[in-house]
Ligand binder design. Structure first.
Ligand SMILES: CC(C)(COP(=O)(O)OP(=O)(O)OC[C@H]1O[C@@H](n2cnc3c(N)ncnc32)[C@H](O)[C@@H]1OP(=O)(O)O)[C@@H](O)C(=O)NCCC(=O)NCCS
Length: 156
């Protein structure tokens, strides 16, 4: 846990604005039974962290269409600075997508900042689409799990 918490300190100041610290997320998860969270580990080395809301609430019922149920929400996601741009973020998403699809989820939603430093292009290049909805200062994005993953090469 300490190693995973330390990873947040490797992000640039701009990147730190895009994601809560891992310590905060792990603490928060203890008050949210719907939070599923894991370290991203390369061999024995922790290199990142992700947290998913596996039972999100579309409070107004306005954003998520009926055909996307059940859906999950990627709540937190980070790769330590020195491991970025090496394909590990994409690989971690591949593993998550595979797990969610096997469990019957039909869509993965997330949201992100659109500033100068932003993971928006990363998500679009992965296959997320922009919903056009801007909520709580972030753009809401959606990955169709019914079709995603068809070209994935999984080793595990
Ligand atoms: C976003 C993040 C998880 C991406 O992880 P990563 O391991 O660097 O991404 P990958 O190396 O797997 O990149 C996959 C592809 O996306 C591209 N990509 C990665 N980051 C990008 C960015 N910021 N802008 C544009 N393209 C990007 C890569 O070039 C690569 O393209 P390719 O497949 O054509 O070569 C990482 O940059 C990060 O932790 N950022 C800070 C925290 C953050 O913003 N988290 C998201 C919160 S919503």
């Amino acid at each position: 846990m300490r190693e995973v918490c330390k990873l947040s300190g490797t992000l640039t100041p701009g990147q730190s604005k895009c994601v809560a610290s891992n310590a905060f997320s792990i603490a928060e998860a203890h008050f949210h039974p719907e939070a599923w969270y894991r370290a991203i580990v390369l061999g024995d080395t922790p290199i990142g962290f992700l947290m998913v809301n596996i039972s999100p609430d579309d409070e107004e019922g306005a954003l998520v269409p009926a055909e996307d149920y059940p859906f999950a929400f990627l709540w937190r996601f980070m790769i330590a600075k020195s491991y970025q741009k090496k394909g590990y973020g994409k690989k971690a998403l591949d593993l998550l997508v595979d797990k969610l699809r096997k469990e019957g989820y039909r869509a993965l939603y997330s949201s992100c900042h659109l500033g100068k430093v932003s993971p928006y292009r990363f998500y679009l290049s992965y296959g997320f689409t922009d919903t056009g909805v801007f909520e709580d200062g972030e753009e809401v994005i959606r990955l169709d799990l019914k079709n995603a993953g068809a070209n994935l090469k999984m080793d595990s």
